[in-house]
Design a protein around this ligand. Structure first.
Ligand SMILES: *Cc1c(COP(=O)(O)O)cnc(C)c1O
Length: 364
């Protein structure tokens, strides 16, 4: 029987060698490898600055803190996301306000963002769901119009383009995560991009206890630094990103043609002027099809699948503090009907065919 995992980090000898060199150098904490990773990443996105962090969650928290977002402020986020997006708002002491998603891209809906804006709204954090940019042209117009800070949660979308412009350059700042489920990884890790040099300096203070000089702390900060091992892996991974994205695009193309005749699945929709980087290949079952039954059959065929994501507002740590009354009809129905299948860059040709055949058998 096959045993195909949902994700599989594309790492090997080159990353191992990079870590080996760091360890042998004796300099393990943030240093020249992290600096070079930041510079290369900024250049890759076309952003002026990039600041590395230990993971995406602390990176988003630091970004909100750098913009002075805190108690009394509201921040609009999708509920159809990894819980980190909303948790960071709460960690900052602000209130997370959920907006519904677009039923085709599963990204936050600009029209619903507009409906959720109040006099205390400070920022918007759109998520590029599964590797496809949210409607950033509409959202950045809205943010500018209403004088709101725009922070992209680009955790899942390294290298994705909207109107030929990279994610990470559409808002005031953007966060990219490098956990092993993303298209490139450093084990744990993240980078924040921004064109604002004042914010860049603040981020560097926040991640290092507000230290501006040896043991001179000018603001309350945290220890959110990246390690040199992460930086060294990141340099190697970033060089592979375009090849990984190309491979994933060709796998997605094979899925698109192999699955389109099944008739009971809605396949990923790519919005005009977007590229999709397929961190996730997400399928939605049509009316009358039991999503959980399809997933169980896939499991019995040795294929892992997963629901990204159960809505944040329905999680006990949100529902129990009043979010249980929130109604997000599109988010709720999409979350009942989607599942994501393996689409990692190390899938072999026969595995891709097997996944397609298995979905034909699992559909009915
Ligand atoms: C992965 C991810 C994050 C950050 O996760 P970390 O594990 O903390 O790096 C944030 N938002 C979204 C949408 C993600 O997928």
């Amino acid at each position: 029987m096959q045993n195909i995992s949902l994700t599989y980090p594309d790492v090997g000898e080159d990353e191992a060698k990079a870590v080996y060199d760091v360890v042998m150098s004796g300099w393990l904490h943030e240093g020249k490898n992290v600096r070079l990773f930041e510079q290369n990443f900024a250049k890759y996105c076309g952003a002026d600055h990039a600041v590395a962090f230990f993971n995406g969650t602390v990176a988003l928290h630091a970004t909100l803190y750098a913009y002075g977002i805190g108690p009394g402020d509201e921040v609009i986020v999708p509920s159809f996301t990894f819980i980190s997006t909303a948790n960071c708002v709460r960690h900052a002491g602000a209130k997370a306000v959920f907006a519904d998603i677009d039923p085709q891209t599963y990204c936050i809906d600009p029209n619903d963002i507009a409906r959720q804006i109040t006099p205390t709204t400070k920022a918007i954090i759109p998520v590029h769901y599964g590797g496809q940019p949210a409607d950033m042209s509409a959202i950045s117009d809205l943010a500018e119009d209403r004088d709101l800070i725009l922070i992209e949660d680009a955790a899942e979308a390294h290298g994705a383009l909207h109107h030929k412009k990279s994610v990470g350059t559409w808002g005031d700042a953007a966060m990219f995560s490098f956990t092993p489920t993303k298209n490139i990884t450093t084990g744990e890790g993240a980078i924040v991009t921004t064109n604002d040099s004042v914010i860049e300096k603040k981020l560097r203070l926040i991640k290092d206890h507000g230290q501006i000089d040896k043991y001179l702390h000018v603001m309350l900060g945290y220890n959110y630094r990246m390690t040199e091992m992460q930086g060294a892996i990141g340099i190697v991974q970033l060089k592979k990103l375009d090849a990984i994205l190309q491979r994933k695009q060709s796998i997605a193309n094979r899925f698109n043609s192999g699955l389109k005749d099944i008739g009971v699945f809605t396949l990923p929709y790519v919005m005009k002027h977007n590229t999709h980087t397929y961190m996730l290949y997400t399928i939605r079952v049509n009316d009358g099809i039991d999503r959980n039954k399809v997933m169980k059959k896939l499991t019995s065929f040795g294929i892992q699948s997963k629901v990204y994501f159960p809505p944040v507002h329905t999680q006990p740590c949100y529902a129990n503090i009043g979010y249980g009354r929130v109604s997000l009809p599109v988010t709720e129905s999409v979350a009942r009907e989607v599942f994501s299948i393996p689409c990692h860059s190390r899938l072999k040709g026969n595995e891709i065919n097997y996944i397609i055949e298995s979905l034909h058998r699992a559909a009915y």
